[in-house]
Write a protein that binds this ligand. Structure first.
Ligand SMILES: [Zn+2]
Length: 188
C-alpha cells in the first residue's frame, strides 16, 4: 500500500507571517505526532535544480527546494502545496520526515490554534559557500532560542581549529538544499 498523498490539510491555514512572507498556522489544536501535510512539488535532480535556478540572485535565499536525498530535490515552485509556506524555526514544533523518498511534515508537540508551524530547515554547509552565507540565511524566527541562522551547524566547524564533535542531529530531519540560494521561487 502506497502512503497516502496529503495535498491539502484541514489542520492548517496559510496567512501572512511575522517571521517571513506567508506562514502556515494551526486552524485548530493539533495533537503531537500528527502528520499534517506532505511537501509536494516537482521531483528533480540536483543538477536540474541548479540549472533551473542558476540565474538567481545569490543573496536571495527565497526558495521552495527541499533535498530528499542525493538524487532527488523537490521543487515546490512547481505544483507545490501549502507545505512550501512553512517557515524555518529554531524552536520548532514540527519536523520533516522522509518516508519512501517522500517528505511529510509532522508535529513534535501539541500546537494550539493560531500558532505558526515551523521546522528546523537545517540547511547544510557546503565548501563553495560565499563568505556571507550566514547573512543570506540569517534567521529571524524571534524565538529566545534562535541560533541566528538557518544553517546547520550554527557555526562553520572548518573555521575553528578545534571543532568539537556535535551531537547527532535527528536523522529524520532533512535539510534544504544549499543550492536553494540559487533558487528562484519567492514567497511573495
Ligand atoms: Zn531562529
Amino acid at each position: 500500500m502506497p502512503i497516502p498523498v496529503i495535498r491539502t490539510s484541514a489542520w492548517i491555514k496559510v496567512r501572512n507571517s511575522k517571521i517571513h512572507g506567508k506562514g502556515v498556522f494551526a486552524a485548530k489544536r493539533i495533537p503531537r505526532g500528527t502528520r499534517v501535510i506532505e511537501y509536494l512539488g516537482g521531483r528533480i535532480t540536483h543538477a536540474e535544480a541548479d540549472a533551473r535556478h542558476d540565474d538567481h540572485d545569490p543573496n536571495d535565499n527565497h526558495t521552495f527546494l527541499f533535498i530528499v536525498d542525493k538524487k532527488t530535490v523537490i521543487d515546490a515552485g512547481v505544483g507545490g502545496n501549502d507545505a512550501r509556506f512553512i517557515n524555518h524555526s529554531c524552536d520548532d514544533n514540527c519536523e520533516s520526515v522522509i518516508q519512501e523518498r517522500r517528505v511529510f511534515i509532522e508535529t513534535t508537540r501539541v500546537i494550539e490554534k493560531g500558532e505558526e508551524l515551523g521546522y528546523d530547515y537545517k540547511i547544510g554547509r557546503e565548501k563553495d559557500d560565499p563568505p556571507n552565507v550566514d547573512e543570506i540565511f540569517a534567521c529571524r524566527c524571534g524565538s529566545p532560542r534562535c541560533r541566528g541562522t538557518m544553517l546547520w551547524p550554527a557555526k562553520d566547524p572548518r573555521k575553528k581549529k578545534k571543532a568539537k564533535t556535535r551531537a547527532k542531529t535527528r536523522t529524520k530531519t532533512q535539510s534544504r538544499s544549499t543550492s536553494s540560494r540559487r533558487a528562484k521561487a519567492s514567497r511573495r
